[in-house]
Design a protein around this ligand. Structure first.
Ligand code: NAD
Length: 372
């Protein structure tokens, strides 16, 4: 049988972006040799690199390449060189936000994974995270209080007032709930939905809608938490959560809390999903949770794991290559378990040794080969 060819727009960006992207592409090339999947990569400039080469952070050629692809693998953008440009011309504002908007990326998925052998990097007390944890935060990204109208500051009789409006359409809640339930089906089949139904009308509609969508996924165990309680429970017992679904504002805060308690920024992948392609797959953009890390760029010491795990997310949620995604996830985990560490996660513990970006890539490649 002919292997299916997936077209991937590769946008390395700035700082450590190109260094870690090289490793992610090496990993994808290897899995295409070993699994039922093939890629056509189309690498294009974005962010500061695109400003330098073509005069703007998201050139037409880059956008066209993304439009013609099945998914976008994104590095990171930004750095001191471009910080003095007008805000809309800067790498992040001028590339990331327009990409999210153009492709209607409405779902942000951020796995918060604390690997068993990296639990000491978590700021949470050891006994609460012993054995590690793996929570997937699913955040609604294009609705809610960040975008509702009216949104203004105006003068009234008693002085100035600020107004932000929280609006959710039932269809927006249904759409993100399906993403979360689908993700739960591919994981531990547990979903915790977050709202503030005791105070907000939005919370009531959110809860009712998620309950209704749950009928399509009888295998998934659903529970609900108020956001204030969720903020506490996620810290107190992170190991008990599987998938956490939240509206935009709450998801913004909780996913950062979860990134923090995982402890290692260089290990955290993320994805933003848009168009539903059917069969539980979506068009999406995949990127590390961290930024371009200008402080270590060009030194060959950056941790490529977040970028490599982002590629695995792409295989899982946009391309439907679950075997290859599992092989990558397992190999990263095994490399870490075997004591291999880049500088950001190296603490000198016995049985561990420090490597650079390429050697970490090599270690993961070896384990993919030996596991296939
Ligand atoms: P950052 O995430 O780039 O760096 C914070 C710290 O984490 C630094 O010490 C860095 O060395 C370290 N770090 C991050 N990723 C790492 C990795 N893979 N391996 C090892 N260490 C890693 O955040 P910042 O310093 O606030 O921002 C730097 C630049 O990145 C800014 O221009 C910012 O605008 C941009 N940024 C871009 C994105 C994006 O492209 N999505 C996201 C956040 C920040």
């Amino acid at each position: 049988m002919e292997k299916q060819v997936h077209r991937v727009a590769v946008l390395p960006g700035d700082g450590i972006g190109p260094e870690v992207m090289t490793e992610a592409v090496r990993v994808l090339e290897l899995v295409s040799a070993l699994y039922e999947v093939n890629f056509e990569f189309d690498q294009k400039p974005v962010g500061g690199a695109a400003i330098d080469e073509l005069g703007c952070p998201l050139p037409d050629v880059t956008l066209r390449s993304c439009e013609n692809s099945d998914a976008i693998l994104f590095g990171s953008v930004g750095g001191p060189k471009w910080e003095n440009l007008p805000p809309d011309e800067q790498p992040e504002r001028g590339a990331l936000l327009p990409l999210r908007k153009h492709f209607g990326l409405f779902a942000n998925l951020r796995p918060s994974v604390c690997f068993p052998s990296l639990v000491h990097a978590s700021p949470i007390r050891g006994d609460l995270v012993e054995g590690g944890f793996d929570v997937l935060c699913v955040r609604e990204l294009t609705g809610g209080i960040y975008f509702g109208e009216p949104k203004e500051i105006r003068e009234v009789e008693k002085g100035r007032i600020a107004i932000d409006t929280m609006v959710y359409h039932q269809s927006e809640i249904e759409r993100i709930a399906h993403v979360a339930f689908n993700a739960a089906m591919g994981r531990g089949k547990k979903l915790t939905s977050i709202d503030k139904a005791n105070v907000l009308r939005n919370g009531i509609l959110w809860r009712e809608t998620v309950e209704a969508v749950a009928a399509d996924y009888p295998e998934v165990e659903l529970d609900h938490l108020y956001v204030d309680n969720a903020a506490m429970q996620l810290i107190r017992r992170p190991r008990e959560f599987d998938v956490v679904l939240a509206p935009n504002l709450f998801g913004d805060i909780l996913s950062d809390e979860m990134a923090m308690i995982a402890g290692s920024l260089g290990m955290l992948a993320s994805s933003s999903l848009g168009r539903d392609k059917g069969d539980g797959l979506y068009f999406g953009m995949y990127e590390p949770s961290g930024g371009s890390a200008p402080d270590i760029a060009g030194q060959g010491v950056a941790n490529p794991c977040a970028q490599i795990l982002s590629a695995a997310l792409m295989l899982r949620y946009s391309l439907g290559c679950i075997d290859a995604a599992n092989a990558i996830d397992n190999s990263v985990r095994r490399a870490i378990d075997d004591g291999i560490r880049t500088a950001d996660i190296f603490t000198g513990e016995q049985g561990t040794h420090q490597v650079g970006t390429t050697q970490m890539g090599d270690a993961i490649l070896e384990r993919i080969k030996s596991g296939a």
